[in-house]
Design a protein around this ligand. Sequence first.
Ligand code: PMP
Length: 450
Amino acid sequence: TVHEQTKSLVEKDRENIWHHISAYNEKNPPMVIEKGEGAWITDHKGDRYLDGMAGLWAVNVGYGREEMAQAAYEQMKKLAYVPMTQSHGPAIELAEKINELLGADYKIFYSNSGSDANEVAFKLARQYHQQNGEPSRYKFISRYRAYHGSSMGALAATGQALRKYKYEPLAPGFLHIAPPDNYRRPAGQSVEEYNIQRAQEFEEKIIWEQKETIAGIIMEPLITGGGILIPHPIYVEKVQEICKRHGVLLIIDEVICGFGRTGKMFGHQHFNCKPDIITMAKGLTSAYLPLSITAIRKEIYDKFDTGEDNSHFRHVNTFGGNPAACALALKNIEILEREHLVDRSAELGDRLLKELEVLKDHPYVGDIRGLGFLMGIELVEDKETKEPATNARMAKIIGDCKANGLIVGRNGDTVAGFNNILALSPPLSCTDEDFDFIVAVLKKVFGENE
Ligand code: PMP
């Protein structure tokens, strides 16, 4: 009808779409985004914004890349689908490429999302222990403040408030420990001592729960969604040592950190760390198409497909390893390498830390931290007590950034009720002008919010 045609997109959105996380908001309706180019997105009204979150920490090579679309198009025309029981060229080539990037011999299992990849990791780990003669190992340890996905197992591993919403019982057997939060460490303790202590708490948990019951720990190289918590390298090294000592598998979630975000191809490469299982999604295709990977270390996969009954991993996944998505992922990695975007991530991140150093004098800026092109700015009401910034202050600053054309994210310790950390993860392909724009907007907004 004519009426239907004249309805605005925003009205139709309100009538028909059920949005993630938050309900439709009359005052601040979701942006209807029409196109993206480089680091910029344009909404249906024609307003442009620099996407300081790269979508959801994902669009690493930037928007609107012709050759990405072309790679998917060519593959779709040639062969759009292959069921998971068969194989195809792009999947094989991509698996080989991932092993080259990891510098090791992993087996690549394909699925569709970060949540999927983590579920695969949990199932694999449990089956591994059974086939390794330790069937009592079924529990997983993860960290408070970490996000690992929204399916029942990944949600159980998640240490944020949404876990404790209205969805219990979640998958049983998931335990939590506190991550190092260096900014809020006890007074008088060095960062190193504090990180060692946090790692010891992991070991205490294993001992208390009885090590014979622990299958693995899942953790990100640094906590992203819970407030950009960057550990001292000793933490990761100790956690790995403890895993080895107690036969616990080390599962590293690279869903956000992978593919250059932290200034190395993978976040765990900052540390002396060889994970047993690695999960990847988002940046694998720069989110142009859904695809995820669970990479499994040799010692684990050797316990599978041994010829004995039921030694095969049983996990059905219709879309996993989709040919177009694999071809696209290969193109994405080619661009990352050709344009040296991993080094660029490290360089831009260092520059951003230096440029924003001056904000440390601002009355509400408690801490600024980053690794690669991933930054957290922790806002407080009081620098002495570190009382987290109020929701009103956070909303004002984020709103002012948006009004000046910059999208920034927000997260924190949602279990404790704090949501006081600004998050920045712009596309790694940001130009110098884009970079200057980010810095200028942040300085302006903080200047106006003294
Ligand atoms: N792990 C981490 C660290 C994530 O940030 C996310 C998504 N934000 C996931 C897993 C889940 O990924 P997906 O949304 O693709 O299921």
